[in-house]
Design a protein around this ligand. Structure first.
Ligand code: PMV
Length: 355
């Protein structure tokens, strides 16, 4: 291939990533500046709830600008296209190719369309990985090392804070924390300390209490932390829980894990209730399920616990060794509290993959 052909090839191409959602164990709630977190957070990346995104790019002559076509599940999605376009326009200084390019973006989720699962983390992480890959290809580099993932994480974080954590598998931290030099507010990093085997195969049964759009979105929720009477105490609590959870993850302390994870979930929702205006995202069935999880834990002496996203659905976390028993119990006793009996058999995953 001669140089002209090679540079022509570099100007058009396709790149695709599949990237998962994640569920925070220590929650990010409250932000400042350019999508920077008020406190560090820690999540597990999921295995099944994944977004596939493909970017087809054609670099255009200088001055022709950025144009985007966006298809979700093969259909044009104008509202999301406009959001992406706004997002990409702001990224032009860091990703100069965006100044003159046409992008055709095709995206779809593996999880049910209206499942109430937060798709922004998987969507923005897959988009960020595609943009970072294109930038790399255009600069003649293919190496997917730490720098690549940090850049993609920082970019994803600007689209949706929690998306920054989805560019890695396993346990992931976003946000500076004293004593951990590698942690940053600008991007997420995978947990580098040893995680005890008991936590390596945590399962997450996502119990779909409601598949409706949330009453109050997370952007509004984060904003309500400004001037919140409990804000200072919350940020201190998150730091304390981060430190405890780091210690717990190195040991086999499942009781400690359960305590922190449920404390974080209920604290998040308590903050919403105590906001001004206050609001409730838990529903009647959310509370029914929480009570059942706590009763099952005591009765069976099995370390099941719950966490909640900013919505009514319950993430039931448990070690894989109890899977058969837990699945039977969900089908018998919990699925009646789920919308249409729906739940997703998910768990900790390996992170995104280029496809
Ligand atoms: O990433 P956002 O802006 O949608 O906020 C996510 C907030 C929580 O999901 C409630 C917590 C978290 O850390 O993921």
């Amino acid at each position: 291939m001669n140089q002209a052909q090679n540079s022509e090839k570099l100007k058009s191409g396709k790149v695709a990533w599949k990237s998962p959602s994640n569920i925070a164990l220590v929650k990010y709630w409250g932000k400042h500046g350019n999508q920077l977190p008020r406190n560090p957070s820690l999540s597990i990346t999921l295995r099944e709830a994944v977004t596939h995104t493909e970017f087809e790019y054609h670099v255009k002559p200088t001055g022709e600008g950025l144009t985007v076509d966006f298809f979700f599940e093969k259909k044009p999605a104008t509202a999301f296209r406009d959001r992406i376009l706004g997002f990409l326009e702001k990224r032009m200084p860091a990703f100069p190719f965006l100044n003159n390019v046409h992008l055709t973006i095709n995206s779809n989720n593996t999880f049910p369309h209206s499942s109430g699962i937060a798709s922004s983390a998987s969507a923005f992480s897959s988009i960020a990985l595609c943009i970072s890959s294109i930038q790399q290809t255009l600069s003649g580099n293919q190496k997917k090392g730490n720098d690549f993932y940090r850049q993609a994480s920082g970019l994803a974080r600007l689209g949706s804070g929690s998306a920054g954590r989805s560019v890695y598998g396993g346990y992931v931290v976003w946000g500076a924390l004293d004593g951990f030099n590698e942690y940053s507010d600008d991007y997420a990093v995978p947990i580098l300390t040893d995680v005890h085997p008991v936590f390596k195969d945590i399962q997450d049964a996502i119990l779909i209490v409601s598949d409706q759009k949330k009453k109050v979105g997370s952007t509004a929720g984060h904003a309500l932390m400004e001037g919140h009477p409990f804000a200072g105490a919350r940020y201190d609590q998150a730091i304390k829980n981060m430190n405890s959870l780091h210690h717990i993850l190195k040991t086999s302390d499942l009781d400690g894990f359960v305590e922190i994870v449920e404390n974080e979930a209920l604290s998040l929702h308590a903050l919403m209730m105590a906001s001004n205006p206050g609001y409730l995202l838990m529903e009647y069935n959310t509370i029914q399920i929480i009570e059942k999880i706590r009763a099952f834990r005591i009765k069976k002496n099995i370390p099941v616990c719950f966490t909640l996203d900013a919505g009514p659905n319950v993430h039931l976390l448990y070690p894989n060794e109890y899977k058969a028993e837990v699945v039977e119990w969900i089908d018998e006793d919990l699925s009646e509290f789920c919308s249409g009996g729906k739940w997703i058999d998910d768990g900790i995953g390996q992170g995104p993959e280029q496809i």
